[in-house]
Design a protein around this ligand. Structure first.
Ligand code: ASP
Ligand code: MG
Length: 341
């Protein structure tokens, strides 16, 4: 049990990282594993889940071809024929599933399973772990909740991998209910990562993706949005509920503020935001699509009053309704007022 002394880290890579920045991701894991017991959690390659979903719903073989194309760069090395056969088999036997969602979840799980094999193969000491073996969930197919107690009992599997000098590469987003595969909701790999971090008493959980961290507003819309280096767990939870996409709200709920979450960019290993106790009180603007417009929320102290229709108000936030056509301009205007006035 020499392992008790070595800090544990869980690191999750999103879909663009595993598709376009795989070498950087693998390099980062190697360097972290020099001093830590690392558990990797992977998303499916970007677009894989959407493609599998279309295949599940239509059965159209063109989506299988697209799935192959997405993995083209790596398919030769790891071989994905096994998964392709499984996809066809599951599609043909869809009537054997207890409900449509459970059939869809089985199909979707294949994206993460291929991706974990690709990652583990490149990592050399990597061992692909199918979450079906360790992550136990409730039976809410398509949006399942992880049963922590049952999952904790199965984590010996990871210990064994470390004992033999390996690095586990776990499929995010999926789990098991009885004899069926479940998924945790779109973007659910964050939730897999924080749940494992919580159960393993990890020192940190790293959520690696396309952007460097959490910004004061969506950096694709507000060009001068700033990185928020320290964000409290409490405010992160509010922001994620109000539409911030950097981290899934289910992921924040499990960890109960006990383990710091670091958000970073895979490409150049840059860590922009730490979600923990400290908060720099920088404003944060989020948006969430509604049927007929957007809910724009301002999280911060002294939130400005705007001439828009108020949808909700809490102790540290206010939510306005804005029309689609005014969203970007309104965001920039509020951002300017909050950051520079
Ligand atoms: N692959 C899943 C999705 O696209 C889960 C994830 O990326 O976190 O939603
Ligand atoms: Mg994500």
């Amino acid at each position: 049990m020499i392992h008790k002394q070595i800090p544990r880290i869980v690191i999750k890579f999103g879909g663009t990282s595993v598709r376009y920045f795989l070498r950087e991701a693998v390099g980062f894991v190697k360097s972290l594993s020099e001093r830590n017991l690392v558990t990797v959690v992977v998303s499916a390659l970007s677009e894989a889940t959407d493609t599998l979903l279309s295949f599940a719903l239509t059965g159209d073989a063109a989506y299988l071809e697209k799935f192959v194309d997405i993995h083209e760069k790596y398919a030769e090395e790891v071989g994905i024929e096994k998964e392709l056969r499984e996809l066809k088999w599951v599609r043909e036997h869809r009537r054997l599933y207890p409900c449509r969602r459970s059939y869809v979840d089985h199909i979707l799980s294949i994206g993460e399973r291929v991706s974990s094999r690709i990652f583990a193969n490149l990592l050399e000491s990597g061992v692909a772990v199918d979450a079906y073996e360790i992550i136990i969930t409730d039976g809410n197919f398509g949006d399942a909740k992880i049963v922590l107690g049952e999952t904790a009992r199965r984590l010996g599997r990871l210990e064994k991998i470390w004992e033999s000098g390996g690095i586990p590469v776990v499929t995010g987003f999926t789990g098991r209910y009885g004899g069926y595969r479940t998924t945790l909701g779109r973007n659910g790999s964050d939730y897999t990562a924080t749940s494992l971090a919580y159960l393993l008493r990890a020192r940190k959980v790293l959520i690696m993706g396309e952007v460097e961290g959490i910004y004061t507003a969506d950096p694709y819309i507000v060009k001068d949005a700033r990185i928020i280096p320290f964000l409290s767990y409490r405010r992160a939870k509010i922001a994620s509920r109000l539409g911030m996409r950097a981290i899934h709200s289910k992921a924040l709920n499990t960890i109960k503020g006990e383990i710091p979450i670091v958000i970073g960019r895979t490409k150049d290993w840059r860590m922009g935001t730490m979600v923990d106790e400290l908060d720099m009180k920088m404003p944060l603007i989020t948006h969430k699509p509604l049927r007929d417009g957007y809910a724009l929320s301002i999280i911060g102290e002294d939130v400005p009053r705007m001439p828009h229709r108020k949808l909700a108000r809490g102790k540290d936030y206010i939510t306005y309704f804005v029309e689609r056509k005014n969203l970007e301009e309104t965001m920039r205007e509020i951002h300017g007022m909050m950051l520079y006035d």
